[in-house]
Design a protein around this ligand. Sequence first.
Ligand code: SAH
Length: 415
Amino acid sequence: MTTIYLKPHKEESLKRFHPWVFSGAISRVVLDASHKAAAPEEGELVCVRSAANETLGVGHWQVGSIAVRILAFGEETLPADFWLSRIRAAYKMRVSLGLVRNDQSQITNHQSLNNTFRLVHGEGDFLPGLIVDVYAETAVIQAHSVGMHVNRKEIAQAILDEVPQVKNIYYKSDDTLPFKAPVEGEKTGWLINDQMVNDSEFWSIENGLQFRIDWLRGQKTGFFIDQRENRALVERYAKGKDVLNMFCYTGGFSLYALRGGAKTVDSVDVSQKAIDLVNVNVAKNFPEATNHTAVAADAFEYLSAQKAQGRTYDLIILDPPAFAKHRDAVKNALRGYQRINAKAIEMIRPGGILFTFSCSQAVDKEAFRLAVFSAAAQVGRKVRILHQLHQPQDHPINIYHPEGEYLKGLVLYVE
Ligand code: SAH
């Protein structure tokens, strides 16, 4: 196996189980005899050693500022049962947290049904570069590193062996693999489809609500599982309210608001495909509902137009896409958060509530809170924080890898 030697003292973060080796920390690369090229192949397993020749771990090699993602600390090679044991541990955790509630025959209260959860959350499950979401009997794998792409079939087999509900596995990595990496094989498509799942007629259940999941054309793996707990909180506050769900995607927050007894719910997203799915989801769960409206529109334009007509709401949800995808975009992102939050706060009736989120990893919670503070001050309303929200338990943050924290939200009471 190829060996990566670090510069002196660069082993410290690895000894504290941070899984990334930056390219600047490497002193030399010693290729094994199988290499024809002068560098390791992207995605190959390499052993990392300190300058003093201590074994630090084994991980995936990749060209870029993160050169190695450590899979197993203190090992020279991957243990034979590595994939099985990691997937088993991830599944066991979700079961122990009560997220896998699949047995309809045992359950009388439909709200306790749930077969939608994140099985693997990258570094948070000690599998850097790998995301796996489970929708009923189908798992969707997303590789963010070339190494995970190379290992995708072993990962799929481990999921089939360890997760009883999963029968089919879809692979969706065309948007997440490094653009320039030379990868072999398809980046997207079925790895296993034993049940001949029909992509366009697929339903998954989250807390008793049914959602059409479209991993072929949808965003991410098809759904934003990370808002499950925060949606449940919207349900608690929705009774009798006029609700606006801005950046609604397939209507997650809207369905919970409707179940919570909202008076009216308006769902808005710039994507017409998303709006079509909101309508499908509302019709499936609330066939009699006449109090829901879905509109394809830009958020800023919609809010300005509604304000001009004097429209107001009791409860607004703002869940925009990541405004900052990189560190250098943070300043603009903060301005964006301030602008959109100011527009929303203006439209909240006295005594109303705003749920506001940021999923930009590069914007930390203090910076986000400051942007929302600026928005409140700009509008001149009295605002109090009721809840501080974050990503849920199936998106765990490895304490040695604080970069894994990305979703934050504030629930505000607006006088
Ligand atoms: N709240 C959703 C997830 C939101 S993801 C849920 O619970 O599932 C962000 C959404 O913002 C995407 O659906 C995207 O289509 C939409 N979007 C991006 N830019 C937008 C804009 N300028 N105006 C309105 N929607 C936008």
